[in-house]
Design a protein around this ligand. Structure first.
Ligand SMILES: Nc1ncnc2c1ncn2[C@@H]1O[C@H](COP(=O)(O)OP(=O)(O)O)[C@@H](O)[C@H]1O
Ligand SMILES: [Mg+2]
Length: 368
């Protein structure tokens, strides 16, 4: 990214800057706009806020629109990209000034990986966080996955409405269930298949990082855990068959609970440390190391898939990690692409790094 401009975005009225191609260190007191800035870059990459903020929340108070735009130079092309929002109209994406019909046309153009306090809760947190971890990577490297995910959510919503209707006495609608089942299975099995594939690639990378950080003492194992038995060790057709069978078996339970109780929206990742469930038995430190290893693995995965390093966003990592792990992260990511790091002290600028230091103060970015 060679240029970034924010307008009416959070506490930025109108601000632009020219980032360094390696390290951009942003420091400042609390509540000055450091996290907001990284959020804006994440938004350009994924179309979403990492904090799941709604569009209006990202809009500067008292305004009804915002715009984030960037100039991007990749190995084989250069372009401008923009995401803007206006109350009532919603978000719009344009590339080189041309409006795109769909928001997801922006996926895959500016890949990002975020390291933040919340992201480092990946092991400790709930299943939805781990599903999101997979969804975000797959969406960026495989926009088709994002499309399927949207379709799946739509079908799921319809199906849940149907289950509610049947439960509340509109039994004539029961005939419609098989139709929705077929769609749910078809799209859902595809999602599960792709997630298994990505986990198979990420798991060994994460294991390598974890081994290094733990000084060879710990073995990290990561597996995909489908919410239905079998879950297709093999082909996508087998996953469909397993999913389909499990849905039929869950019929009464689903009608009781008025919702779809199995499917990729209920899947999870299993994380083991030396063979024991890391969520249950891991110490806070071990869980954080495992999460960090998974994030570093995500970065490597993107390099392998795309052939280029994603933009790394390191929010408050300096205060989140102890000295050793901090050094490991910095050593691993340096000289491998563009990085945005936030901190509170000027002196925490990574030593020996090629880059620029900025002070962030009340929505202004000042080169130091
Ligand atoms: N929509 C908004 N409009 C204006 N200011 C906002 C908006 N959303 C958040 N803020 C302000 O942004 C600041 C927080 O910025 P943040 O980037 O999280 O700070 P930090 O520098 O500590 O990372 C707070 O002062 C908050 O009031
Ligand atoms: Mg912050």
């Amino acid at each position: 990214m060679s240029r970034l401009c924010l307008q009416n975005y959070r506490n930025y009225a109108r601000e632009g800057f020219t980032p360094h191609r390696e390290i951009n260190y942003l420091y400042g007191e609390n509540a000055q706009g450091k996290t907001n800035l990284l959020e804006a870059i994440f938004l350009l990459g994924t179309g979403k806020s990492p904090r799941n903020a709604r569009d209006q929340e990202m809009t500067r108070w008292g305004e009804n629109w915002f715009r984030v735009d960037a100039e991007v130079r990749r190995r084989d092309c250069a372009f401008r990209m923009e995401i803007s929002y206006r109350a009532g109209t919603g978000k719009v994406v344009s590339i080189n000034g041309q409006k795109k019909e769909r928001l997801f046309d922006l996926l895959g153009r500016l890949n990002v990986v975020l390291f933040s306090t919340e992201e480092l809760q990946l092991v400790k947190g709930g299943p939805s966080q781990r599903r999101r971890f997979l969804n975000l990577q797959l969406s960026q490297t495989n926009p088709r996955y994002y499309y399927d995910l949207q379709q799946y959510r739509r079908v799921l919503q319809q199906r849940n409405m149907l289950l509610k209707d049947i439960r509340s006495g509109r039994t004539y609608r029961r005939d419609e269930l098989p139709v929705w089942d077929r769609q749910l299975v078809k799209i859902g099995a595809g999602l599960v298949w792709k997630r298994r594939e990505i986990v198979a690639k990420i798991a060994p990378l994460a294991r390598g990082f974890h081994r290094k950080i733990s000084g060879g003492r710990e073995i990290l194992t990561v597996e995909y855990k489908p919410s239905f038995p079998g879950g297709g060790e093999g082909k996508v057709q087998e996953i469909e068959a397993d999913f389909s069978r499990a849905l039929l078996a869950a019929r009464e339970d689903e009608l009781q609970r008025r919702m779809t109780v199995i499917g990729p929206h209920r899947d999870d990742l299993l994380i083991f440390l030396n063979g024991k469930d890391g969520r249950v038995y891991g110490s806070q430190g071990q869980q954080k190391t495992a999460a960090l290893s998974l994030k570093l693995a995500e970065t490597e995965y993107m390099v392998e898939e795309v052939g280029e390093y994603p933009i790394l966003l390191l929010d408050d990592i300096m205060s989140e990690l102890d000295g050793e792990r901090k050094q490991f992260v910095l050593k691993t990511v340096q000289e491998r692409g563009q990085i945005f790091i936030t901190g509170t002290e000027e002196k925490d600028m990574p030593p020996g790094a090629a880059g620029i230091c900025y002070r962030v103060n009340q929505g202004l970015i000042i080169k130091v």
